[in-house]
Design a protein around this ligand. Structure first.
Ligand SMILES: C[S@@+](CC[C@H](N)C(=O)[O-])C[C@H]1O[C@@H](n2cnc3c(N)ncnc32)[C@H](O)[C@@H]1O
Length: 256
C-alpha cells in the first residue's frame, strides 16, 4: 500500500526497525479484538497494522495536514475512524482493549507521550494494554563538542567516560508523574574532562520485544554539564530534572 505523508512522516515510514517492532507487537493480537486507539496516528500506518486485528480503531491526529493524509490513506478501511483532534481534548465514547501511542522521544521529554497516556488511560478497559508498554532509560558520562542539548545524529562527536547505567524505567499502565527528578551516581571510566550526559531510551513494545534507539525512534540525547576532571572509578553525582511532555527546555542538570 502506498502512503500519502508529510516529509516527517515519510522519514518515519522509512525507519524499518521502528515499524517492524510495532508491527510484531500488534501482530501478537488475534483477529477477534474489539476496540483499539491509535493516538497520534500520523500517516495512519499503525492503524493500518491494527485494522486486521480489531473490530474498531479510533485514530486521533492533531495536525490537520497529517490528519488529511491519514484519512485518505485509510479511506477504504471501514473499521478505522480517523479524527482530527488533540488527544488531550478528546473524550472517548468507547473503552479500548488496546492503546497504541507512538509519541515517543528520548526519555519522553520532547513529545506528549506521558500526558496523552495519562489522559487516555481513563478510557482503557481494566484488562486493556498499551503499546509500547514502557521505556528503559540509561545515562552515560561524556565529553561533548557542543554546549547545547542536541541529539546523537550524523556528524555529532563525543567521547564516553562511563558505562551506560539504567536510571529510570516506566510502565505506561502505571500512573506516571511527568515531573522527573533524580540524583544519579555514575562511575567514571578513564581519565579526562566530562562536560555532559548521554541519555539513551529503549522502547519496550511488550514483554518480549525491546527496540533500541533507531534513527526515528529516540535517538540518544546529549545534555551539557559543567566541566569536571574525572579519574577512573570516581563516582560522579549528578542531579537530573525534566518535565516529560514540556520539551528539552525543561531539562536541568548539575553536579552535586
Ligand atoms: C512520532 S509521530 C508518529 C506517527 C505514527 N503513529 C507513526 O508511527 O508513524 C507522532 C504523531 O503524533 C501527533 N501528535 C502529537 N501530539 C499529539 C496530541 N496531543 N494529540 C494528537 N496527536 C498528537 C503528531 O502530530 C505526530 O503526527
Amino acid at each position: 500500500m502506498k502512503f500519502k505523508t508529510t516529509p516527517y512522516h515519510s522519514d518515519l515510514l522509512k525507519d524499518q526497525e521502528r515499524l517492524a517492532s510495532f508491527y510484531n507487537a500488534i501482530c501478537e493480537y488475534s483477529s477477534d479484538n474489539k476496540v483499539a486507539y491509535d493516538l497520534g496516528c500520523g500517516s495512519g500506518i499503525l492503524s493500518y497494522f491494527l485494522s486486521s486485528h480489531f473490530e474498531k480503531i479510533i485514530s486521533l491526529e492533531k495536525d490537520v495536514k497529517t490528519f488529511q493524509c491519514a484519512k485518505d490513506n485509510l479511506a477504504n478501511f471501514s473499521n478505522v475512524q480517523v479524527i482530527n483532534s488533540d488527544v488531550l481534548e478528546y473524550n472517548f465514547e468507547k473503552k479500548a482493549d488496546l492503546i497504541v501511542c507512538e509519541m515517543m522521544d528520548t526519555a519522553l521529554i520532547d513529545e506528549e507521550q506521558i500526558p496523552v497516556i495519562n489522559h487516555a488511560k481513563k478510557f482503557l478497559k481494566k484488562t486493556g494494554e498499551i503499546i509500547p508498554k514502557g521505556i528503559i532509560n540509561t545515562v552515560e558520562l561524556v565529553n561533548l563538542e557542543r554546549d547545547y542539548v542536541h541529539w546523537d545524529e550524523d556528524g555529532v562527536h563525543y567521547e564516553v567516560f562511563s558505562d551506560a547505567e539504567v536510571y529510570s524505567k516506566f510502565d505506561f499502565l502505571d500512573e506516571i508523574n511527568p515531573n522527573f527528578e533524580k540524583t544519579i551516581s555514575i562511575k567514571a571510566k578513564g581519565e579526562g574532562i566530562v562536560n555532559g550526559l548521554k541519555i539513551t531510551t529503549f522502547t519496550k513494545l511488550n514483554d518480549d520485544i525491546i527496540c533500541g534507539p533507531t534513527p526515528m525512534l529516540n535517538p540518544p540525547l546529549l545534555i551539557p554539564l559543567g566541566n569536571r576532571l574525572v579519574k577512573n572509578n570516581d563516582f560522579i553525582n549528578v542531579e537530573l530534572k525534566y518535565i516529560m511532555g514540556k520539551g528539552i527546555e525543561s531539562i536541568k542538570t548539575d553536579y552535586l
